[in-house]
Design a protein around this ligand. Structure first.
Ligand SMILES: [Zn+2]
Length: 189
């Protein structure tokens, strides 16, 4: 006989409390088997889930914008996230990488590597429209090729640059001649 060579294991139901007892509910029924789920979804859905996580990672210097808003996230794969740092030597770069790792870990994406791509270099053109709107709402003039900045406080275009160096190397200090409020302007880069 070719059949019956395999020994049939006794079901936990028969086994009572021995060995497999932890798999039994108090009433003796076997627990529903739940396969391990290291990642929410595989494939495209997983990339979208990772992107969602990244959208929750704030820029360390300007917490109102996420790393996605800033445009530093270049590519998202199920196993790898590619980022391009903003300003070379910006101390925030290492913090950003650490924060992304922490957020991905917390979301269950422990095996996702972070790859840094230096070329082509990041430019302020990569800041998303939503990112620019958030900067403006936060009181920072978003980067623009225009010679004048629009005051984030009152909207006046009657503004002047006070210093190329603002609160961080990435920003210049400006002042509005209408409402006299100083504000930071994201440097074009
Ligand atoms: Zn103003």
């Amino acid at each position: 006989m070719a059949t019956g060579t395999r020994t049939k294991k006794s079901l936990p139901l028969d086994g009572g409390g021995q060995g497999g007892g932890e798999r039994l509910r108090p009433n003796g029924e076997p627990r529903k088997f739940t396969p391990p789920q290291p990642h929410p979804i595989k494939g495209r859905g997983e990339e979208a889930a990772i992107r969602d996580v990244l959208e929750s990672v704030p820029d360390p210097e300007i917490p109102v914008v996420s790393v996605v808003d800033l445009g530093i996230v270049r590519d998202v794969r199920p196993d790898r996230v590619t980022i391009t740092p903003t300003y070379t030597g910006c101390p925030a770069t290492q913090v950003i990488e650490r924060d992304i790792h922490a957020a991905l870990d917390a979301a269950g994406f422990r095996d996702v590597a972070i790859e840094t791509m230096l070329s082509p270099p990041w430019t302020t053109d990569w800041i998303t429209e939503s990112g620019k709107a958030k900067l403006h709402a936060y009181g920072i003039a978003p980067p623009s090729r225009a010679a004048t900045a629009t005051c984030p406080q009152c909207g006046s275009a009657d503004t002047e640059e006070l210093s190329r160096f603002g609160s961080t190397p990435c920003k210049a200090q400006w002042r509005c001649r209408s409402c006299l409020e100083p504000f930071d302007r994201f440097k074009c880069h």
